[in-house]
Write a protein that binds this ligand. Structure first.
Ligand code: C2E
Ligand code: MG
Ligand code: MG
Ligand code: MG
Length: 277
């Protein structure tokens, strides 16, 4: 019987793998056309200062409009990383984000724009030349651009990537560590690469007002950030109770559904106009 059930679970496993492989293959084909067809859109999620409630920046989050629906980046970014499309797609995202933010700044809004950067872009694209060009073309000042990278990139084994990060910093841009706390950081590198901001992952923010363990972790990150002179931003803030707990813990900035979902650029136009008034 043991043999039989083993074979059963094996069959189940391959069926599931096949379904996933087929889905990926379908996405792969459609993704290749999507850029040419203009099916990608940038949404922007506002970031707020906890101390004075000011909108200080936006994070650009890509969306794929396909057949009447929106496909989540969590599904298609991994495929784009595998098939190399992340290089032209990432270039389009950077360009679009900088152009839009430069327009907002010309209208008098003092904000930064954060762009997620895939490890594949840092390994296979000349990000230094690309960022320099995009800044020059868009007119966005370097200090108004923040690149978000994940902790794993800073583990320290990939020398070309670490050199590129250092060269990017020399352009004057800001560097944020996304989903901080979920990976393994080489803490020494936070200082060495002049990281500007730690984005505390939403898994630690969730129910921070009711979960002592999460509260301890968040306080520790904020305390370390403060001593190292880094800005701290809490991601995924959904409730007033979470916001209040973060304020008391000394967090600098927040981002989350409570204060604004990711939205199309024109919706952010309206929000910015209200803030200026
Ligand atoms: P991320 O960079 O950590 O982005 C935060 C994610 O949390 C976003 O999901 C955002 O919509 C979501 N979020 C924001 N506030 C809340 C909240 O209060 N509650 C909850 N439950 N979620 C919240 P999204 O837009 O689906 O993006 C998922 C991930 O896909 C991103 O995680 C990022 O890793 C990746 N991604 C998104 N856009 C890009 C991009 O332009 N380039 C690259 N390379 N990756 C991207
Ligand atoms: Mg991010
Ligand atoms: Mg994140
Ligand atoms: Mg994430």
């Amino acid at each position: 019987h043991a043999k039989e059930s083993e074979r059963g679970s094996y069959r189940f496993f391959t069926a599931e793998l096949n379904a996933r492989a087929v889905e990926r293959l379908e996405l792969d084909g459609k993704l290749r056309d999507a850029l040419r067809l203009g099916e990608f859109e940038l949404f922007f999620q506002p970031q707020w200062s906890l101390a004075d409630g000011r909108l200080t920046g936006v994070e650009a989050l890509v969306r794929w409009r396909n057949g009447g629906g929106l496909i989540s980046p969590a599904r298609f970014i991994p495929v784009a990383e595998d098939n190399g499309l992340i290089i032209p797609l990432g270039a389009w995202i950077l360009e679009e984000a900088c152009r839009t933010a430069a327009r907002w700044r010309r209208q008098g809004h003092d904000l930064t724009v954060a762009v997620n950067v895939s490890p594949v872009q840092l390994r296979r694209d000349d990000m230094v030349a690309r960022v320099r060009d995009v800044l020059a073309r868009s007119g966005l000042p370097a200090h108004a651009l923040e690149l978000e990278i994940t902790e794993s990139l800073m583990m320290g084994d990939d020398l070309p990537v670490l050199d590129m990060l250092a060269a990017l910093k020399e352009l004057g841009i800001k560097l944020a560590i996304d989903d901080f706390g979920t990976g393994y950081s080489n803490l020494a590198y936070l200082k060495r690469f002049n990281v500007d901001r730690l984005k505390i992952d939403q898994s630690f923010v969730r129910d921070i007002d009711r979960k002592p363990d999460a509260a301890v972790i968040v306080s520790a990150v904020i305390g370390m950030g403060r001593r190292l002179g880094l800005n701290t931003l809490a991601e995924g803030v959904e409730t007033e109770a979470e916001r209040t707990a973060l304020l008391h813990a000394g967090c600098d900035d927040v981002q989350g559904y409570l204060l604004g979902r990711p939205m199309p650029g024109k919706d952010l136009d309206a929000l910015l106009t209200r803030q200026l008034a």
